[in-house]
Design a protein around this ligand. Sequence first.
Ligand code: GLC
Length: 434
Amino acid sequence: MSSYKTRPTPGDTAWFRRDRFGMFIHWGSYALPARGEWVKQNEMISEEKYEKYFKYFDPDLYDPKDWARRAKAAGMKYVVLTTKHHEGFCMFDTKYTDYKCTNTKAGRDLVREYVDAFRAEGLRIGFYYSLIDWHHPDFTIDMRHPRRNDPDAEEQNRGRDMKKYARYMRDQVMELLTNYGKIDILWFDFSYTGPKYENPPQYPWMGLKGGKGKDDWEAEELIALARKLQPGIIIDNRTQLEQDLWTPEQYQPEEWIRHEETGELVTWEACQTFSGSWGYHRDQTTWKSPEMLIQMLINTVSLGGNLLMNVGPTARGYLDYRAEAALGVYADWMRVNARSVYGCTMAEPDILPLCPNGCRFTQTEDGSRLYVHLYSYPFKALKIPGLAGRVDYAQFLHDASEILFDEKEDGSVVFKLPVVKPPKIVPVIELFLK
Ligand code: GLC
């Protein structure tokens, strides 16, 4: 067994830490403006103007079976879909608002089809649910709200009641966790109180509370409800109450994340985008290279974490060609290299420091196999110190071709590699340890 012990979690995270790789899907009516899921607040669009995206929402080419097949081929083992994002538009049939997909040209419950399709491919099912809601009439205007600069924002807030909104969230979470069978992950997003957020000077009119957090969401009740309905479900920490998951967003941690107070290692999942935006963004040109995509996955696992990689489907309901290509990059690599990802974690403390420049280690939980990921391909030989006497057999992972090696007197092992790099973005050496 791995010598790394993680802080115990209330939910069932054992499968999660084994599976390592999931798909995030940001899909909502913000796919129409195609300028990212924050467009309503970024451009301070009025309700009236934003309404057109409801009116014209018509995902006629929605085919979640195709998404699910691509996710599975990419090696993803679980999936998390935005059932409601900050814009407030619901992708499922709910009794508690008319602002839902069933009242658009889509005319049906899109979450239901998503659940069925991904479950059929054997992936575990997650729901993202936004704590923020820029449509709900009881959600008070705060510093991150599209109406934040309205001169009469304070007046508008007078009739709003966050208690009613908290109730609305419980009602919807009840629906989501009752009507779709077993749900494995509930991904709340997000809280924004604290010194960083309180009364930022750029909105001086806001004598109102700067942000919102666990008390506004009535997070204890919300979570108790979720746990009652789906015991074992994995919940993130973004309600501001510690649960199962730490969720670094759009950056790659450099160490295994630790608990802020106790210093214990925690269960973590980096969420990342292909191009910067979560929701479909037509004009973004900052797409990550194939090398980055593969390295982000390996880097994450090499630090004991999971990767949740996002796609932002188009408003027609299919995946953008660039997203399909990026998923293809994972598919090509994972088809033959998944063994260095599933069931793997950070290399053991006595092995980790031996990692040569330009390489990354992962190691199986039971310690029996060590994976050497070659980021910069060496010329003909790779020397790893300290491994002499510990390697039973070595091969390339992608084709199981033997790699001969010599053990040196200084305790190092020299692996004999072909001069030309094998045709994989990151070749992997699999070492069976004694
Ligand atoms: C955020 C953003 C968002 C995205 C997300 C994913 O903080 O508000 O649009 O859904 O986190 O991690």
